[in-house]
Design a protein around this ligand. Sequence first.
Ligand code: AMP
Length: 194
Amino acid sequence: MTARRLRALLIAPPGAGKGTQAKAIAAHFGVPHISTGDVFRREVDAGTDLGKEVSGYLVRGDLVPDPIVGDIVWRAVQEAVAETGGYLLDGFPRTRAQAEVAYEVAKERGLTADAVVTFDVRREVLMGRLLHRGEGRPDDDETTIRHRLDVYDAQTAPVLEYYVGRGILVRVDADRPIEDVTAAAIAALEGRAP
Ligand code: AMP
């Protein structure tokens, strides 16, 4: 295994720029970017059994059940750590249960996160961005966007408190130009990378 590198989680609402920022941050720290949403979309596109199992959740904007997510994440995190010593997880955890189980498993294996980054953006701004982003995602129609934002507020936003409690949450104002958000996130993480 190579030297220990940054191990971080990125938790942010739909439309906050999570995917774009995660790629830039991961490249800066030289760690793999693991997006659970991307993994699921690839499986759906490839028509695999897993893809068939999760496609309904993705189309509706609902969360995929925890046991399915857990398997995907552990495989990817272990590979990432074996390869580079670190990881940047994008879109995981999405529920308090995912966060708590992940911590127990990560602790046993010596893989716990050094930091959790979240992006603060007002809901009206998120709605506007999602309606106009034109990536052709099937979950980007107005009704599903509203539902995904509600799911985030109800199930994912409370997870942030859990990380405040562990003292590893970093909040970044993401209602500003992409490069400024990247720079702020990297600066905050530099202080927490081993
Ligand atoms: P994202 O690309 O992060 O917006 O995720 C797209 C979709 O993938 C979500 O709306 C969920 O259906 C599913 N998904 C991604 N990550 C998770 C997760 N950690 N837990 C449950 N579902 C997830």
